[in-house]
Write a protein that binds this ligand. Sequence first.
Ligand code: CP
Length: 309
Amino acid sequence: MRHFISTRELSAASIYRILSTAEEMRKHPALLSENYIAANLFFEPSTRTKMSFQIAEKKLGMESLDFQMEKSSMAKGESLYDTARTYEAIGADMLIVRHTCAHWYDELIDRTSIPVINAGAGTGEHPTQSMLDLLTIYQEFGTFEDLNVVIAGDIKHSRVARSNVYALVTLGANVYFAAAPGFEDDSLGIPYVSIDEACDMCDVLMLLRVQHERHTSASFHSFSYLANHGLTMEREQRMQRHAIVMHPAPVNRGVEIDTRLVECERSRIFKQMQNGVYTRMAIISILLNEWGVEHDNFAEKYQTIITRQ
Ligand code: CP
């Protein structure tokens, strides 16, 4: 794993390595052996991903370089490639990039000599979100085999759905979609259920944000969306006792989910955010290790792979 771009090519062993490393990071955090520098290049708004990368970097003893597009030379027309190469030239050891384009990384990988992490690529993939989602599921159930996971909401515009489908299928989960008309994506070959069927049968209900900023039509009614396609109080009551509710956030309260359920007993939404820090620590450490950077006690503490598959 030279870069962390997509969950599509990740083996079950690679995923379990990330999850077990993240669990170790949670229990026994350790600094990297040197003061490495991460450049966080965010071209789209972010709270959770950007801040949890910064906290992960801090916990690993790294320096974080921030970036503001409008105050950078990109405002003078500099390309993403030249910007990335500049950060590399001045001493960044790793690039963490979020961008509106679904394939922004095509112009960087194989052309940089430092690791690159995808922190969100348009409507393409969001692989670090997927890893923190998987850690949350694993902490709950201890397995992915035959779990019924329903991903519900704005599938069409969701990079979270795509990354999670690839990873969950690799790990043996039964994945279903539930979507309002116009929000479907048939390219992934995932079967659809209604939101009512989803609530009756799921172990994990993974809600997605309605991504207004990626819609071309303005004809959206939040009240009827919740009633027809969201998690209402009535639907939550019908879920199995052990079933959990997830959402990558930010949440449109009262749209995908009744606001009273955001912090209900089944909700793991804030747990997901907490897991984001450990998961990102794990991904950074594993990548640096792959690139030959020695981590204090890395081999002993963080190389363990859960061999369940
Ligand atoms: N889940 C997620 O990517 O949130 P942010 O957009 O706040 O980073």
